[in-house]
Design a protein around this ligand. Structure first.
Ligand SMILES: C[S@@+](CC[C@H](N)C(=O)[O-])C[C@H]1O[C@@H](n2cnc3c(N)ncnc32)[C@H](O)[C@@H]1O
Length: 208
């Protein structure tokens, strides 16, 4: 991939925060952010939820995230798949750029059981490129990436890519595999391919 100069880099995960916030309840009692990293999104959630649990398996990320005060956020270090969390579940569950760090089906099952009836799961994730469409999209994404970087730079907002100390991983699953697993485990989930190398998944737990 053509690497943009540092001055034009920007954070593709943060770009999707506004999508997440639009899809989540305006106010909720309990929210969970999975793979919270340095905690930026958990803090945004904390402005809309009475209580936020923010989980990350990396002690370093939790240490850094918990460094800035946020009275209604509980920072929890552990693996989503075996951490003991509130059994009554959450009204809003989010996972930004973290699902591909875990085995897909067990992680989707775990996320599903953590969403309260009536609650929402919103994921921004990565997929492994496989199809001609996946690769062809770069003809649009690469110039768009540079254009957004230039636009932000002109406003003094570029040059801030995702944190370099954050754990990253290449995604193992293709978009088709993700759609198939989501259809099995989260009936009614809506999965969309997004421009900047990501997909979004939205699921509402309609069980009563
Ligand atoms: C690429 S970072 C994204 C961080 C943050 N959500 C953001 O958008 O900036 C992925 C995060 O997921 C965390 N993670 C990976 N596997 C995890 C697991 N099994 N349980 C909880 N967190 C996990 C990593 O430690 C890392 O901080």
């Amino acid at each position: 991939m053509v690497q943009l100069p540092q001055s034009l880099l920007w954070d593709h995960n943060a770009h999707y925060h506004s999508w997440l916030l639009r899809k989540l309840p305006q106010r909720s009692a309990r929210a969970l952010d999975v793979g919270c990293g340095t905690g930026a999104f958990a803090r945004e959630l904390a402005e809309r939820a009475e209580h936020v649990d923010a989980v990350d398996v990396s002690p370093e990320m939790i240490e850094r995230a918990s460094g800035a005060p946020a009275s209604n956020v509980r920072w929890l270090c552990g693996d989503l798949l075996d951490l003991s969390l509130d059994a009554s579940g959450y009204d809003a569950v989010t996972a930004i750029s973290s699902l591909h760090h875990m085995p897909l089906r067990p992680a989707l099952r775990r996320l599903a059981e953590l969403v309260r009836p009536g609650g929402t799961l919103a994921v921004v994730g990565h997929y492994r490129k496989q199809t001609p469409t996946d690769f062809a999209l770069d003809a649009v994404t690469l110039p768009a990436n540079a254009a957004v970087g230039a636009y932000k730079a002109a406003r003094g907002r570029a040059g801030k890519p995702h944190d370099e100390g954050m754990p990253v991983k290449d995604p193992a699953n293709t978009l088709l595999e993700i759609r198939t697993a989501a259809a099995e485990i989260l009936p009614g989930a809506v999965v969309h391919r997004r421009l900047f190398w990501r997909y979004t998944l939205l699921w509402r737990n309609t069980h009563h």
